[in-house]
Ligand binder design. Structure first.
Ligand SMILES: C[S@@+](CC[C@H](N)C(=O)[O-])C[C@H]1O[C@@H](n2cnc3c(N)ncnc32)[C@H](O)[C@@H]1O
Length: 258
């Protein structure tokens, strides 16, 4: 017996994988978080499928509903926003379903971090500038382990993507500054990336909090911070990868003398 955990993507119903869509169309039961997954995607399921919304349910109730359908021989797809591996609370579902003799197969999805990067046209790992992206969140009601304090992580001066942090921007700015980031470090905030009402706010660490307030952004937003987000970095053409450098030899191409 198996449950399929499918990454629904960031919002645009076309941003689901081919495999995920196929499973969605084959499912007898579709179980999804109605506050986060697009209705337009759920509408792609078989019209005969039973559709169950999970946002009002506690974990135990969810497991009971899911297990009853799967034990009755139904094919059940659990849609998770973005990619299920990021803040998807999948582990607790998998653990309880295992006790019921039900295993899970996970189909990855397009995380909002990559939909946000696409929306602002950014490469998050720019050669010679940064080769690292940290995916994290600011500490709010959900604790973050002490050793993962933003002020410590940010000492790498790489690109940082913050989930679940739209109401914590004062704290985020304070911690980034404490790590030695300058006030003019570029920040791109994307609310509802890939949805029809997507909103992009380009700002800096110093102005992030007031700019988000001005734009009424308090939820469903990805905060991308670091110099890779500089709007004019592509125009300057200062940073080039080795991959397309004509003097660089690699497995598929021999470099020529400069
Ligand atoms: C519970 S987490 C789920 C993340 C999801 N698993 C993913 O990979 O995108 C919810 C947070 O993800 C971010 N998020 C989800 N969808 C988004 C979107 N379309 N645009 C911007 N941020 C989004 C926001 O930071 C939001 O607070």
């Amino acid at each position: 017996m198996k449950m399929y955990i499918v990454g629904a993507g960031p919002g645009d119903p076309d941003l689901i994988t081919v495999k995920g869509l196929k499973l969605l169309q084959e499912a007898d039961v579709v179980f999804y978080t109605d506050s986060l997954v697009s209705e337009a995607l759920v509408a792609k399921a078989n019209p005969e499928a039973e559709v169950i919304k999970s946002s009002g349910m506690a974990l135990e109730e969810m497991i009971e509903v899911i297990a009853s359908r799967i034990k009755a021989g139904k094919k059940l797809v659990r849609l998770h926003t973005g990619d299920p591996a990021m803040y998807g609370a999948t582990m607790e579902q998998i653990a309880l379903l295992k006790r019921e003799g039900i295993s899970c197969e996970i189909i990855p999805g397009v995380s909002s971090v990559f939909a946000a990067a696409a929306a602002v046209g950014a490469e998050l790992t720019i050669p010679d500038l940064t080769q690292t992206l940290i995916l994290t969140r600011a500490e709010g009601r959900t604790p973050v382990p002490e050793r993962e304090r933003l002020s410590e992580l940010a000492k790498h001066h790489c690109t940082i993507a913050l989930f679940l942090s739209a109401t914590l921007t004062k704290k985020v700015a304070k911690e980034l500054l404490a790590a030695g980031w300058s006030e003019d470090t570029p920040v791109a905030v994307v609310q509802r990336a890939s949805w029809p009402d997507e909103l992009i706010v380009r700002t800096t660490i110093a102005n992030m909090d007031s700019d988000m307030q001005k734009n009424g952004i308090r939820s469903h937003a990805m905060i991308l911070a670091g110099w890779a987000l500089s709007p004019d970095i592509h125009e300057k053409d200062e940073y080039r990868s080795k991959l397309y450098d004509k003097t660089f030899t690699h497995g598929f191409r021999k470099g020529v003398q400069a």
